[in-house]
Design a protein around this ligand. Structure first.
Ligand code: GLU
Length: 481
């Protein structure tokens, strides 16, 4: 490849960074970096009503968090290509739209949406299923135009699609794809009457002016591509190469919808739950791309080296939350003490006051869970069981904690604890042994009443560790209740 590779990730700030968006961004980034090219972050903010506060910033920050660092963006502009927000480029789109009108490849349309609706309706009643614009404004006379203007109508601009024209392109993922212009749903609008371009037009102008060479994006855009190519042809511009990635489906094979609440889909949700960026990155990487050697874990550097768009899958990619948890747990286990502490503290503080503990003490507690954590937030429930014990409601358990034997166990246990000057694991082991001998119970009969009385639940980490976390006074107070 001789030309400089330039790709882009072009989110609409109508929401936060979604798994699908992150995947598009990642594959564009890997492709660019593999061939020493640039990634452009462009903001497609023309849907002004749906833009949300902080949408742009959060998309940008979440990308960076994942290690996908744009080379150009509104925050690091290259003067040659700026500005990077579409709403700041309206004059540019107008210029090219007018050029298309002058060439006869586009035309002003004065129809109002009510009129369009009405005509569709009457055609439907006549038994004609009208899906295309009827070209009422294609050949308006000067007088008609004057009249519309006097009425105060503001025109939009529609592309004039060629008839019997075929558009073919070589998709980097799915090979040769062919559409005819008749498939494109009629003369579509490129500039709305409010002077804002539509997506299909703005994207062409920007990709061309920003020297974009390759576009990897989701399959939902496949049907947009011939519309865009039609515009490239009219403007006599070379189109970039397109690659459309397959859809992401849930475990039932259904396309992941943003309303699918069984699967979390936004980066921010994963961050908050305590997923590590290494895991998310790795997961997204394997969501629709298969390495040659079945390698399971990748660093960014390795991924760049290994990336080959030919190995993007051609069948839907299944989002398997269990695989993500597995990967996350793998990376959690690898965290250094310092990193683990930083990672886990925000979750622990939700259920316990850490202010009087040293980092070493916190780590001691946190380490009890490290091996089992799928994600950070999973420490909350078991810790909460210890810090804020549940009331026992199960009858069998109630019986167990209030039996004569249990009372003996508690009293003896308290006595033994009181005799300790210092609590260590070894000391506690000895305490349990002494209680076993003094009361004459062992195993479940010894441990379960204590566990239940202390935490209200019959499962959890090793009892010795629970006693260790709670400390002597708290244990004694709970057992004496
Ligand atoms: N703004 C579009 C989107 O968010 C970008 C599509 C494209 O990559 O062309 O879907």
């Amino acid at each position: 490849m001789n030309e400089k590779i330039r790709v882009r990730y072009a989110p609409s700030p109508t929401g936060y960074l979604h798994i699908g968006g992150a995947r598009s961004a990642l594959f564009n980034y890997l492709f660019a970096k593999k061939y020493h090219g640039d990634l452009v972050f462009r903001v497609e903010d023309t849907d002004i009503e749906r833009n949300i506060d902080g949408g742009e910033e959060s998309q940008y920050n979440d990308l960076k968090w994942l290690g996908i660092i744009p080379d150009e963006s509104p925050y690091e502009p290259n003067e040659k290509y700026a500005p990077y927000r579409q709403m700041e480029r309206l004059d540019i789109y107008r210029k090219y739209a007018e050029q298309l009108v002058a060439q006869g490849d586009a035309y002003y349309c004065y129809c109002t949406s009510e009129e369009l609706e009405e005509r569709k309706e009457s055609q439907l009643q006549a038994g004609i299923k009208a899906t295309k614009y009827d070209r009422k404004c294609l050949n308006l006379t000067k007088e008609q135009i004057e009249r519309y203007k006097k009425e105060g109508r503001k025109p939009c601009i529609r592309i004039r699609l060629k008839e019997n024209h075929t558009i073919t392109f070589n998709d980097l993922v799915r090979g040769k794809v062919t559409f005819t212009c008749d498939d494109l749903g009629g003369d579509f609008v490129i500039m709305k009457s409010n002077g804002i371009p539509t997506y299909n037009f703005a994207v062409v102008v920007d990709d061309h002016l920003m020297d974009i060479t390759h576009v990897f994006r989701g399959e939902e855009h496949l049907s947009n591509t011939p519309k865009q190519i039609a515009i490239y042809e009219m403007l006599n511009w070379k189109a970039p190469q397109f690659g459309h990635m397959t859809i992401i489906v849930n475990e039932n094979g259904k396309k992941l919808s943003k309303r699918d609440h069984n699967i979390l889909q936004f980066m921010s949700q994963y961050r908050e739950l305590g997923y590590l960026k290494e895991a998310i990155f790795n997961f997204i990487l394997l969501l629709g791309w298969t390495p040659e050697n079945n390698q399971e874990f990748f660093t960014m550097k390795e991924a760049i080296e290994a990336f080959d768009p030919k190995r993007l899958s051609t069948s839907p990619s299944t989002f398997d939350p269990k695989a993500l948890i597995f990967m996350n747990s793998h990376y959690i286990k690898q965290l250094s003490d310092q990193d683990y502490l930083e990672f886990i503290k925000p979750h622990m503080v939700k259920v316990m006051d850490l202010s009087h503990l040293t980092d070493e003490q916190i780590l001691q507690i946190a380490n009890l869970y490290k091996e089992e954590l799928g994600y950070g937030e999973q420490i909350v429930e078991p810790l909460n069981n210890i810090m804020n014990p549940k009331e026992i409601t199960n009858e069998e358990e109630l019986k167990m904690v209030s039996s004569e034997l249990a009372k003996k166990v508690y009293a003896t246990f308290i006595n033994e604890l009181n005799s300790l000057s210092e609590i260590t694991k070894d000391n506690l082991k000895q305490v349990f042994k002494n209680v076993q001998n003094l009361v004459g119970v062992k195993g479940k009969d010894l441990y379960m009443p204590i566990r239940l009385k202390l935490t209200g639940v019959s499962h959890g980490i090793e009892l010795i560790n629970i006693v260790n976390i709670l400390g002597k006074d708290e244990v004694i107070s709970r057992l004496s209740k």
